[in-house]
Design a protein around this ligand. Structure first.
Ligand SMILES: [Fe+2]
Ligand SMILES: [Fe+2]
Length: 151
């Protein structure tokens, strides 16, 4: 019982809601970020509401596909802009993506518990937020300095 209570509390504390300070000013990228954090939020909610592994696993597959799509879109934008930190930025994308893939694989193959998934997702979420807050904002700022922000 206490495990469930503390899981609920920690999920609530993760609170992956969109904040204005996370906005980059690029409308398409910001919309994708909101969508992405929304998917993580829904996944954490599903975990906290005790949804079945099958449903949570399915949501995980959709989240990972969306993250991959989003990262590819950003990398295209960076190539178009000749963004100098492209390699470092892509390195962060690759790390995040492999964290999410590992989570999905572990969850679906080894039957990891919902609590483990929720805690790992929370970590991923905080890292993702850090990435949006710094690297993604730098990327859009650079594009803007070159007059190359397209919406
Ligand atoms: Fe991003
Ligand atoms: Fe990024």
């Amino acid at each position: 019982m206490s495990t469930n209570t503390s899981l609920m509390e920690s999920l609530h504390a993760a609170n992956p809601k969109w904040k204005e300070s996370l906005e980059t000013g690029h409308q398409v990228i910001d919309r994708q970020h909101r969508e992405l954090l929304g998917k993580i939020d829904a996944l954490l909610m599903a975990c906290s509401q005790g949804k079945g592994k099958e449903e949570v696993g399915r949501m995980m597959v959709f989240l990972n596909a969306y993250v991959q799509y989003h990262f590819e879109e950003e990398e295209k934008f960076q190539r178009w802009n000749e963004f100098p930190a492209l390699v470092a930025h892509k390195g962060q994308h690759d790390t995040l993506l492999s964290m999410l893939r590992d989570l999905e694989k572990q969850f679906q193959e080894d039957g990891g518990t919902i609590a483990v998934l929720a805690n790992s997702l929370k970590l991923t979420y905080f890292w993702l937020k850090e990435h949006i807050f710094k690297a993604d904002q730098d990327m859009v700022q650079y594009a803007r300095s070159r007059g190359k922000v397209r919406h």
